[in-house]
Design a protein around this ligand. Structure first.
Ligand SMILES: CCCCCCCCCCCCC[C@@H](O)CC(=O)SCCNC(=O)CCNC(=O)[C@H](O)C(C)(C)COP(=O)(O)OP(=O)(O)OC[C@H]1O[C@@H](n2cnc3c(N)ncnc32)[C@H](O)[C@@H]1OP(=O)(O)O
Length: 359
């Protein structure tokens, strides 16, 4: 004859836990229909090795999916309540069956169970926060690594340009000046095309800087490099190329190492001072050299009609590209004004912060 095992129970707002005291349980059958649970298994219970079974009619309906797991000492059953809530007792009948007792290992009263839910929610939120922080810190270190690599490449490129031009000037004297474009232009093209990344960095907020000054800088230089020098062969032997390239690279060999250190929140005071000071003479000189290049190229564009804008046949002529260059000359000085003011603000901000920190 089947015997009844000892059954421990506990509940949470969503679950019912039953623990059946059976050692080495085998052939376990657990079925739930509506609110009635039927259990049958063979094992060693309070009355030795035997077949044990019981049935329970719950106070409220439970879901039909039931999970059970047997260990060497017991069978653990978990049921989901049909509706979330706290049951005042386990069974429909008022008097609890004698073989069912509270499982004090898992027992919680309603408020403790709510506290447990809140704790679980806090744990979930903390876990999500830490996942988010991990993702963010991964992204930050990736961003930092990419920025560092970008600045390193630019630093190497401009250092090569600066050192090469200086050494050639010492060795070949004036002859090196007219040959600047052919020896340097490939690396300069590479560095200046790559500099477009700086506009994207500013636009996507990867670095704390304005898009306009960066755009003026990149578009301005590339206009001179690709249109005035790159497209007009007669310009390529002019000494102005030397001055433009030398002035550009003179600032960059300080600016990029300054950014490289900044990627690791490090600073070298002398370098910071140089980055925020030498643009004061270099920037106007650079714009002046670029303006000279533009002015020198105007008669060449007029003569060769390169990039001239054709007008309708009825008019029968074309507009020389030099008209664009006259407009550009005006824009250059506007650009100089905007960027000079921007760099001046950056300098004041940088040194004011430093002074405040020192106080
Ligand atoms: C709209 C299109 C119109 C086109 C009109 C064309 C008009 C043409 C006018 C052209 C004039 C250009 C002339 C020019 O070509 C001449 C010369 O270059 S001569 C040589 C001298 N030149 C210079 O000194 C200028 C050098 N260039 C610059 O300084 C920058 O390009 C500039 C955008 C002008 C200013 O830089 P930025 O705004 O970035 O200032 P900061 O250096 O203070 O940086 C601000 C913070 O951002 C961090 N940052 C920036 N970049 C990076 C990076 N690559 N990696 C890591 N971090 C970066 C920096 O650390 C600062 O952060 P924090 O404040 O936390 O320290």
């Amino acid at each position: 004859m089947a015997l009844t095992p000892l059954v421990y129970w506990a509940q949470r707002h969503e679950d019912i836990y039953l623990r059946v005291e059976l050692t080495d349980a085998q052939n376990i059958e657990v079925r739930v229909h509506e609110r009635v649970l039927q259990f049958k298994a063979q094992g060693r219970g309070a009355k030795g090795q035997n077949e044990y079974e019981f049935s329970l009619e719950f106070l409220l309906p439970v879901k039909s999916e039931v999970s059970h797991r047997s260990t060497q000492r017991q069978v653990n059953i978990t049921l989901r309540k049909e509706q979330r809530g706290w049951w005042e007792r386990l069974t429909l009948q008022d008097r609890k069956p004698l073989f069912v007792v509270p499982d004090f290992d898992r027992w919680l009263d309603e408020s403790d169970a709510e506290m447990e839910i809140r704790e679980k929610q806090v744990v979930i939120v903390c876990r999500q926060c830490s996942m988010f922080l991990l993702t963010v810190s991964g992204f930050i270190s990736l961003k930092r690594g990419l920025l560092f690599a970008y600045n390193l490449v630019q630093f190497l490129g401009f250092s090569w340009i600066f050192v090469n031009m200086t050494v050639r000037l010492f060795i070949f004297g004036r002859d090196s000046v007219s040959d600047t474009f052919h020896t340097i232009s490939d690396v300069m093209f590479f560095c200046q095309i790559l500099a477009a990344v700086e506009v994207l960095n500013a636009a996507f907020g990867f670095v704390r800087t304005g898009v306009t000054p960066t755009l003026i800088q990149v578009v301005g230089r590339n206009f001179i490099l690709f249109i005035i020098f790159g497209a007009v062969e007669e310009m390529q032997h002019q000494p102005v190329v030397f001055f433009v390239f030398y002035l550009w690279s003179a600032i960059e060999i300080f600016r990029y190492p300054f950014y490289m250190l900044g990627c690791f929140n490090t600073e070298w005071k002398t370098l910071t001072w140089l980055r925020y000071t030498i643009w004061i003479p270099l920037y106007p000189l650079g714009v002046l050299a670029e303006a000279v290049a533009v002015i020198q190229s105007i008669p060449i564009f007029d003569k060769t009609k390169l990039f001239s804008i054709p007008l309708p046949k009825a008019v029968g002529t074309s507009v020389s590209f030099s008209c664009v260059l006259y407009v550009y000359l005006g824009l250059m000085f506007l650009g100089l004004f905007i960027n000079f003011r921007h760099l001046y603000k950056q300098r004041t901000k940088r040194f004011r912060t430093k002074k405040r920190k020192a106080n």
